[in-house]
Design a protein around this ligand. Structure first.
Ligand code: HEM
Length: 454
């Protein structure tokens, strides 16, 4: 019979089960100071299931693929998303896919799935490449650019155009400001220990209400136009408008608005970061950059990349996989215990938050040879297929796995190949770029590169 350890450490055991915290604040200091090191040390020192404290709240860190599979897949109904965290975002994301749960989430997930069929992806590929080519046309040989800023602008344009259609050019600057306001307020709420009602007129709240109103305005206009014209288009919102549940009912306008905001926010920064880190790593490994250029030349000839080229760009996809391993944009994934239970030898009361950290798992020497080395070739034989399912999880897993995984990988491959075809990028700063873990894993400063001719 398994002996269960009480979650916060036991007076009868001499070895602590997790990092000792301070009275009242628990482990918040270490977590605030450097969360990546905090979780890395938890795994190194204490093992696969590590209790810690978020202020007065007890929490458990999981670093074992089998335990993670239990939480995300086999017993996912017992482990919903963390209500304490997500209620902070409900006003922004409404009942969209990221925040909803239970039967509402199930219905929405089914309704959203047709937006990601291969036929739809083909149409989105064209939008992605055109937006990238426009960005590359605006780059000048010899200039130094912050690629993080460029990738943020590019992926926002792409998600806005795939979502709303290419006719929204005039709205892009407003959408950019709105999304920046919304994400900065969400990042602030993520580390705020208390819930401040949206009605309190803090500057961040006002900015975020303005941002939300802007996106609602664009979504409402496009939904109304689409309903008036009743002509099927190829954008993501069209797919959502056309979707019907098993009773034949469509999504309400409110639900469409929630999904539009959700896709804009979930689909923008994550992909921008995947690309920023990939370009950064390529800058550190010019031999891989040269091989990528050779692949693009061999496959693409003179024309822009197309959907049909994708399967002939294996190195570009390996670079994306390896970058997502070393710098997973979703660096922390959380759930909470829906009822009292046991996991990893710990008795967990209902409501306890559980965290897993792809950053730590993806750098774990139990699963990866030379874990800190950038080696795209490990993906020639799909490194993850020889490993436990949850040793590699940049897109999460189980029923709530990223709905746009194929969209995102396709986008990253198309953009990398388009850049490789047109120019060379040389790092123009000596300092290494340090990751800054916010909601997503951002670079702490600009990522500067000089644009060189091919
Ligand atoms: C490299 C880019 C991306 C990464 C690394 C990423 C990562 C993730 C992860 C880890 C989750 C699961 C979170 C959890 O279980 O708590 C998730 C969910 C989600 N992602 Fe992505 N994502 C990316 C791109 C996108 C894009 C481009 C879109 C939309 C166009 C998108 C939309 C969503 C949505 C709607 C969910 C919620 C799914 C659900 O709960 O049913 N993501 N993503």
């Amino acid at each position: 019979m398994t002996t269960l350890s009480p979650i916060a450490g036991s007076p009868t055991t001499s070895k602590p089960l997790g990092p000792r915290g301070l009275p009242l604040i628990g482990n918040l200091l270490g977590l605030r100071r450097d969360p990546l090191t905090f979780f890395t040390n938890c795994a190194l020192i204490y093992g696969d299931a590590v209790p810690f404290r978020l202020g007065p709240r007890r929490a458990l860190f999981l670093n074992n693929p089998d335990l993670i599979e239990r939480v995300l897949v086999t017993e996912h109904r017992n482990f919903p998303k963390i209500s304490f965290l997500w209620r902070q975002f409900t006003a922004v994301l409404g009942d969209g896919l990221v925040t909803s749960h239970g039967s509402l989430w199930q219905r929405q997930r089914r309704l959203c799935a047709p937006a990601f069929t291969p036929a739809r992806l083909t149409a989105y590929a064209g939008v992605m490449v055109q937006a990238t080519e426009r960005m590359l046309d605006s780059w000048r040989i010899g200039e130094v650019r912050d690629l993080h800023a460029d990738m943020m602008a590019l992926t926002l344009r792409i998600v806005a155009e795939t979502l709303f259609g290419v006719g929204i050019e005039a709205d892009i600057p407003r959408i950019e400001t709105a999304v920046a306001d919304l994400t900065s307020e969400m990042a602030a709420r993520m580390v705020r220990p208390i819930l401040i009602p949206d009605a309190v007129p803090l500057p961040g709240h006002l900015r975020y209400r303005r941002g939300l109103a802007c996106i609602e305005d664009v979504a409402t206009r496009i939904i109304a136009k689409r309903r008036r014209e009743a002509a099927a288009g190829q954008n993501l919102l069209d797919a959502l408008i056309d979707a019907r549940d098993e009773t034949g009912a469509p999504m309400s306008d409110r639900q469409l608005r929630d999904e539009a905001v959700t896709f804009l926010l979930a689909g923008h920064e994550t992909t921008a970061l995947a690309l920023t880190w990939a370009l950064y790593l390529l800058g550190q490994h010019p031999e891989v950059g040269a091989a990528l250029t050779a692949e693009a030349d061999a496959v693409l000839g003179d024309g822009p990349v197309t959907f049909e080229d994708l399967h002939r760009l294996p190195l570009a996809e390996q670079v994306v996989n390896e970058s997502l391993r070393l710098y997973p944009p979703a660096w922390l994934i959380g759930r909470e215990a829906g009822q009292d239970c046991e996991i990893g030898g710990h008795a967990i009361p209902k409501g306890t938050p559980l965290y897993t950290c792809p950053w730590v798992l993806h750098r774990d020497s139990r699963f990866w040879a030379e874990p800190l080395a950038f080696r795209p070739e490990r993906w020639v034989e799909r490194a993850d297929r020889q490993l436990p399912r949850f040793a590699y999880m940049p897109f999460g897993g189980g029923p709530r796995v990223c709905i746009a995984q194929r969209f995102a990988v396709m986008e990253a491959v198309l953009i990398l190949a388009s850049i490789a075809r047109r120019c060379r990028l040389l790092p123009s700063q000596d300092r290494p770029v340090v990751p800054f873990p916010s909601i997503t894993l951002r670079p702490a400063g600009p990522v500067k590169f000089r644009i060189e001719a091919r």
